[in-house]
Design a protein around this ligand. Sequence first.
Ligand SMILES: CCCCCCCCCCCCCCCC(=O)SCCNC(=O)CCNC(=O)[C@H](O)C(C)(C)COP(=O)(O)OP(=O)(O)OC[C@H]1O[C@@H](n2cnc3c(N)ncnc32)[C@H](O)[C@@H]1OP(=O)(O)O
Length: 218
Amino acid sequence: MNDALDDQWNPTDQDGSPHEGGFRARFDVTTERGGPRYGEFNEQVRLLMDRVRYACPTGELTDELIADLKSINGKLADVQIDEWHTPAGTRIDLPARGNITVPPYDVTDAGPDGVTAQITFRPYHLGGNDAAHGGQVAVAFDDLGGMASALKIQGVSRTAYLTVNYRSITPLRTPLTIRTWVENLDGRKVYVKGTLHEGDRLCADLDALFIRLKPGQP
Ligand SMILES: CCCCCCCCCCCCCCCC(=O)SCCNC(=O)CCNC(=O)[C@H](O)C(C)(C)COP(=O)(O)OP(=O)(O)OC[C@H]1O[C@@H](n2cnc3c(N)ncnc32)[C@H](O)[C@@H]1OP(=O)(O)O
């Protein structure tokens, strides 16, 4: 990525609020950024990716779609801000905190003892033969493992390793139960476990290490 593009994706933060290394000391959650219909907007983006994943457009339709998408990207280019103030990732009232890069989940229970969520892998999470892509399962475990770590240590951590065992097929378009919890704490080391189930069937499990960041650590 060239420098100009890099600047585009790393705009200076808006309010100069306290910063500890790569993460903020304070995680500003919100239910208002992006307006009351931001969840609906997210859903349309996810639906777009579903449709694109399985589409075989004619050349003419591809031309038309490029023009439509350029128009949408132009509108979004006018409202770019820093990562700390976007709705995506901070809207705790929306699936996956409004972050469309994470498979959509709804947290049903969260605290120092762990996190439980209902998650549905979308058509665009396809790996092959109607099953979820293993990398997408890992994304879900990373996000919710990170959340379990954050709620346990009341601070920020980064993933040091993340091992996913794929025990059976993870289906698309099916509500699944994902759980993550801190198994052990050893200084800055936060050992996290997790499971992903369809009903009683174990689809995958997680063994991960998160490291609590020191003040100023990127
Ligand atoms: C309900 C609403 C609530 C809202 C609530 C919001 C929650 C919001 C959640 C967001 C959730 C997002 C979650 C995404 C999380 C990422 O995805 S983070 C991105 C992926 N990870 C990275 O990029 C990390 C890259 N690596 C690094 O930055 C550094 O290597 C690390 C991991 C910070 C560690 O470096 P360090 O701080 O210098 O630590 P270091 O001294 O090397 O190691 C510390 C200890 O850990 C051990 N260690 C370190 N790495 C390893 C390893 N790979 N294997 C084994 N041991 C290791 C060391 O041996 C050492 O052990 P001891 O000597 O203390 O016994």
